[in-house]
Design a protein around this ligand. Structure first.
Ligand SMILES: O=P(O)(O)OC[C@H]1O[C@H](OP(=O)(O)OP(=O)(O)O)[C@H](O)[C@@H]1O
Ligand SMILES: O=c1cc[nH]c(=O)[nH]1
Ligand SMILES: [Mg+2]
Length: 212
């Protein structure tokens, strides 16, 4: 698994305000969208393209466009929804599938409660978006779903990751059997006893949408 940390002053600036507990929900949503657009620049480096001919006002040239079949973006509900607008802005022709997953706050085990994905992902590049990679259980389960539907390769885009979670995902993808890339805005210090990323930003879903 390739891991890219998109270390850039603008990303670090926006992440700092996202982390700040004084940041309100509307600002948090805006920052999450802006951050994913910056991370998507790195994440889409290997997006498949095809050549096509155009004419500029001055003469003919060959350019590129996104190849078919178009990529599929998969936000992990709830918190991944906060990154969807920013990702779709960069890949407007992509399809969007949804996976709803929640972790048990005591055991930190994950369960899936919603699945609205294309019937087949054969030949498709898939971009998974979820702001937090904590224990890694959520991403591993998502990758298994997507691999079973035939995804060609998967790129996960996360705003903040814990080193422990990255190692769990790294081990698991050895058995996934398709190329996996991880693009993150920051790798934080550690996970605490409750499975929260430290320093992190708290519960991303709650900060985006309120406590349920
Ligand atoms: O790496 P893990 O330990 O599996 O944790 C990461 C998951 O936790 C959060 O979701 P949560 O379960 O809080 O659901 P929510 O998005 O509905 O708040 C986050 O958005 C990830 O999906
Ligand atoms: O720190 C964390 C860990 C998991 N999920 C979150 O939203 N935040
Ligand atoms: Mg949550």
């Amino acid at each position: 698994m390739q891991v890219h940390v998109a270390d850039h002053p603008l990303i670090n600036h926006k992440l700092t305000y996202l982390r700040d507990k004084r940041t309100d929900s509307p600002t948090f949503r805006r920052l999450a969208e802006e951050l994913v657009t910056l991370l998507a620049y790195e994440a889409t480096r290997e997006v498949r393209t095809e050549a096509f001919d155009i004419e500029t006002p001055v003469g003919p040239t060959t350019g590129i466009k996104l190849a078919n079949p178009k990529p599929v973006i998969v936000p992990i509900l709830r918190a991944g929804l906060g990154m969807l607008e920013g990702m779709v802005r960069l890949l407007p022709s992509a399809e969007v599938g949804f996976l709803g997953m929640v972790r048990d706050e005591e055991t930190l085990e994950v369960s899936a409660y919603a699945n609205r994905l294309p019937d087949s992902l054969h030949g498709r590049q898939v971009y998974v978006i979820d702001p937090m990679l904590a224990t890694g259980h959520t991403l591993v389960m998502a990758f298994e779903f997507l691999r079973d539907l035939g995804a060609d390769d998967i790129t996960a885009v996360c705003l903040i990751a814990a080193p422990e979670g990255i190692e769990t995902v790294r081990e698991a993808v050895k058995d996934i059997g398709i190329p996996v890339t991880l693009v993150v805005g920051a790798i934080d210090d550690h996970l605490n006893d409750q499975g929260y990323i430290v320093p992190g930003l708290g519960d991303a879903g709650d900060r985006l949408y309120g406590v349920v």
